[in-house]
Design a binder for this molecule. Structure first.
Ligand code: NAG
Ligand code: NAG
Ligand code: NAG
Ligand code: NAG
Ligand code: NAG
Ligand code: NAG
Ligand code: NAG
Ligand code: ZN
Length: 447
């Protein structure tokens, strides 16, 4: 029922509003991989502590299960549960039962799954997205990539990544109204050295300095009243020592299955005819050691929203208990450089109810409450929140129903979604300006 006259009107409307979107609140989402909410301390991370005090922030945000990087970044980007978007771990089996890690196929279990940076541009009216290294962003979805993209490269200096983001927002012809940015620490160092190491502490300070730089740049560029800035992480981190390692060879012959092990999580694909024996041996090992859980696909808890995906067909899924992990090559590489007594590694992937797996979330900007302690919510709810900020059309033919809901995140907003149809930035209080003023004061104090 498309009528050319209507299409024509839409086209005219798009031209007229292209300039006004520039004045529309811009949303910037910054992720620091594996940043645990309790890493923020006024004496250690003054800038983040200051930002949180002035923000709308829950004590933590609940991650999706498994509490892994690709799973959670894709859940946040799509608003879908892992079983629906199909990314079930950083490394997993592909459709030929071969190990798959960061491939197009991994992020395209279902071609109708589209990240919000694509949906933003589908909404037109001069909307442009910029994505800096966010996991899954370099792959096209339904043949589309965002206007601005920079693929993951950890040699690129963090401040220079921020300079690039600012240039996207400030672009004269195609200003970005949505930015997703990813920073790989303190996760990388946490894995190698464990929580509480001097090395991870240095990365936490580096994150704090980066938040300071972001806020300085926003102030300098006069963007502080236009940006809704979300600072978050994907999951937490826990230290594992050598005596907490689980060796599957103790329970089942390694000739009888293929596996993908990612620390606390393991996908076990028994050889033909071996399923029952492998399952029995692993279950008996779990019963006697009490260090891990064993699941057939159908036994996985519903609350993980993971089981209803064909990618788990024929798989026995293992999850270790907190502070335990399954031995694999990554750990062998660490052990090669140290002793069993000195062995300390950080990991995540545990139950998303485990407090140490919880993620960081804080937001400041014209549409948000200030100095507000919110109730925890699920990171799948981020999509409806951002969709609301960007005034995306949830009834458009290219839109699809998501699993996240606005109910959990509405509490953060100055005016709830139900009462804010046709949100405009003209009446926005200068919240971020206030934050920056206190922030500058804090800077003086800490110099
Ligand atoms: C936030 O609110 C608390 C009381 O709820 C107050 O003590 C504190 O000073 C406020 N902080 C800022 C930055 O406004
Ligand atoms: C992968 O393994 C599952 C379970 O054993 C099996 O159903 C499927 O056919 C295998 N796929 C391929 C391509 O071998
Ligand atoms: C990553 O960035 C560095 C520094 O800019 C550059 O020299 C290098 O070529 C980049 N690597 C890739 C794979 O693009
Ligand atoms: C299961 O455990 C039994 C007893 O230790 C062992 O004989 C058998 O080989 C194991 N089966 C597999 C598949 O590893
Ligand atoms: C498989 O198990 C055997 C016997 O337990 C062990 O010697 C061997 O190192 C294992 N191989 C691998 C690849 O783990
Ligand atoms: C493990 O324990 C469960 C619960 O007690 C029991 O149902 C199951 O039979 C045990 N499995 C094995 C292989 O011993
Ligand atoms: C998640 O959303 C998809 C539609 O995109 C739907 O098919 C699925 O049933 C939803 N899952 C839950 C647990 O609501
Ligand atoms: Zn991560």
């Amino acid at each position: 029922m498309y009528r050319p006259a209507v299409l024509c009107l839409v086209a005219v409307f798009a031209v007229v509003t292209a300039a006004t979107v520039k004045r529309h609140p811009v949303t910037v989402v910054v992720s620091f991989d594996g940043f645990r909410p309790d890493y923020i301390r006024p004496d250690v991370t003054p800038h983040m502590a200051q930002f949180r005090d002035a923000s709308a922030a829950p004590p933590y945000m609940r991650s999706a299960f498994p509490t892994k990087t690709f799973v959670n970044h894709f859940t946040m980007a799509t608003g879908l549960n892992p079983e629906t978007h199909g990314v079930l771990d950083n490394t997993m089996f592909d459709s030929h039962n071969e190990t798959m890690h960061y491939t197009y196929e991994q992020f395209h279990y279902d071609d109708s799954v589209v990240p919000i940076w694509i949906q933003n541009e589908n909404n037109g009216e001069g909307r442009h997205s910029g994505v800096m290294m966010w996991p899954g962003s370099e792959f096209p979805y339904q043949g589309k990539t965002p206007t601005y993209i920079e693929v993951y490269n950890n040699s690129i200096h963090w401040n220079s990544r921020i300079d690039t983001i600012m240039s996207w927002i400030e672009n004269e012809n195609q200003p970005a109204n949505l930015v997703f940015a990813y920073f790989e620490e303190p996760d990388r160092t946490g894995h190698k050295k464990g929580v509480g190491s001097q090395e991870i502490q240095n990365q936490i300070l580096r994150v704090d300095g980066t938040v300071k730089y972001i806020l300085e740049q926003l102030k300098y560029k006069n963007l502080e009243e236009k940006i809704n800035l979300i600072i978050l992480s994907d999951h937490g981190m826990e230290t594992v020592t050598y005596d907490r390692m689980i060796f599957l060879d103790d329970y089942v012959s390694n000739m009888t299955y293929k596996s993908v092990i990612t620390g606390p999580n393991a996908f076990i694909l028994p050889n033909t005819g071996k399923f029952d024996e492998v399952y029995t041996n692993l279950s008996s090992g779990a019963n006697t050691s009490k260090t891990f859980y064993v699941f057939k696909k159908k036994e996985l808890p519903d609350r993980w929203h993971m089981k209803n995906n064909p990618r788990l067909n024929g798989i026995i899924y293992l999850l270790s208990k907190p502070s335990h992990a399954f031995w694999y090559s990554f750990y062998q590489n660490i052990l090669d450089k140290t002793t069993k007594e000195m062995f300390r590694t950080g990991t995540h992937g545990y139950d998303n109810d485990d407090p140490l797996m919880h993620a960081l979330f804080m937001v400041s900007g014209p549409m948000f409450k200030k100095n507000f302690t919110a109730q925890p919510f699920d990171n799948v709810d981020l999509y409806p929140l951002i969709s609301h900020l960007l005034t995306l059309d949830e009834t458009a033919n290219y839109a699809r129903p998501v699993n996240g809901t606005i109910a959990g995140v509405e509490q953060l907003l100055l005016s709830p979604k139900s009462s804010s149809a046709g949100t405009s930035s003209s009446s926005s209080p200068h919240v971020l300006a206030g934050i920056l003023a206190t922030f500058i004061d804090a800077l003086k104090k800490y110099q």
